[in-house]
Design a protein around this ligand. Structure first.
Ligand code: MLT
Length: 312
């Protein structure tokens, strides 16, 4: 009976609109990625994918909502690296990260940039590191709240330079950037989806990108590695998930559709403007996302434990 039900669902799925939960606010970096992909997937699936923003608690509220949803393919989740880091950051998660979801595939990996308010003294990354070490009691690091990409990158930065600095958590990327632009806070490490326009406009200064290679949009900006931080790499990867128990033929249908969307010229062009590119077809698969989630939980656990910054 279940086999019959499964194949019947694949033939007719989707019969109505699908809700894609984004666990951050509308207009932010994750939402931007989700809406581009959802629009393209909607065309392929012949049904609307409606993005619903369920922000709060570093993405864990939205993920929790999807973990509880009916496993019928009509509620899915697009989440970033926070899916992995929250497993350590949050001591009381309402779901078991590795057992509450089915996997659809990886979407993209957004690089980060280490940036500062426009008039901040250091002129390059080496200078920033020296300045931060000499002024560790006064240098402030903005982030978009515990579990945000900027929080993770900030932790990684402080750990790499072995210097704890004062962190200033904001309610989201928008207010964090506003204060950086206004000069109320000194530095931030944030996603290119959030920093590109400001760097191009000269309203903030950029020291380095956290990607392994220089970015096409900023060919003169060194990688952190080139600029003196050996091994410093942070990429904000995104994945699409479904609640545990969603039939495999439904998640396969979603994977195929995701793969198609990632080859959509319009999606690739918009990603390029944001400093990123679509994941490969091989990565936009359930197996690749599962492997990434597992390896990233293991990679971040010691970094978070060393920083000792947990959320309750
Ligand atoms: C967002 O979309 O608000 C961000 O991706 C949050 C973050 O900085 O992690």
């Amino acid at each position: 009976v279940s086999l019959f039900a499964a194949s019947a669902s694949a033939q007719t799925y989707p019969e109505r609109s699908i809700t894609m939960v984004v666990p951050f606010s509308a207009g932010g970096p994750t939402d931007t990625v989700a809406r581009l992909v959802a629009e393209s997937m909607s065309k392929d699936l012949g049904q609307q994918i409606i993005v619903e923003n369920v922000g709060g608690a570093g993405g864990t509220l939205g993920a929790g909502r999807v973990a509880q949803a009916d496993p019928d393919g009509y509620t899915i989740l697009l989440h970033h690296i926070g899916m992995a880091t929250s497993a350590t950051l949050y001591r009381k998660l309402a779901y078991d990260t590795l057992n509450a979801f089915e996997y659809v595939g990886l979407v993209t990996e957004v690089p980060m940039t280490i940036v500062a308010r426009k008039d901040f003294e250091p002129t390059d990354l080496k200078g920033l590191i020296e300045y931060a070490k000499a002024n560790k009691d006064t240098v402030t690091v903005a982030n978009a709240g515990i579990g945000a990409a900027s929080h993770l990158c900030g932790m990684m930065f402080m750990s790499a330079i072995e210097t704890p600095l004062t962190t200033v958590p904001y309610k989201g990327t928008g207010p964090a950037m506003t204060d950086l632009l206004g000069g109320q806070v000194d530095i931030m490490c944030d996603q290119t989806t959030n920093t590109t326009k400001q760097i191009q406009g000269g309203t903030i200064k950029a020291y380095a990108t956290t990607s392994p290679k220089r970015l096409k949009i900023f060919p003169d900006l060194p990688t952190a590695e080139e600029a003196g931080l050996k091994g410093f790499q942070v990429g904000i990867w995104h994945g699409v998930y479904a609640p545990k128990g969603t039939p495999a033929d439904v998640t396969d249908r979603l994977s195929k559709s995701l793969q198609k969307a990632l080859k959509d010229e319009n999606v690739a062009a918009r990603f390029a403007e944001l400093g990123t590119e679509p994941s490969s077809e091989a990565d936009a698969t359930p197996a690749a996302l599962k492997a990434k989630l597992e390896s990233e939980i293991a990679r971040w656990k010691p970094v978070i434990e060393a920083a000792g910054q947990y959320a309750d």
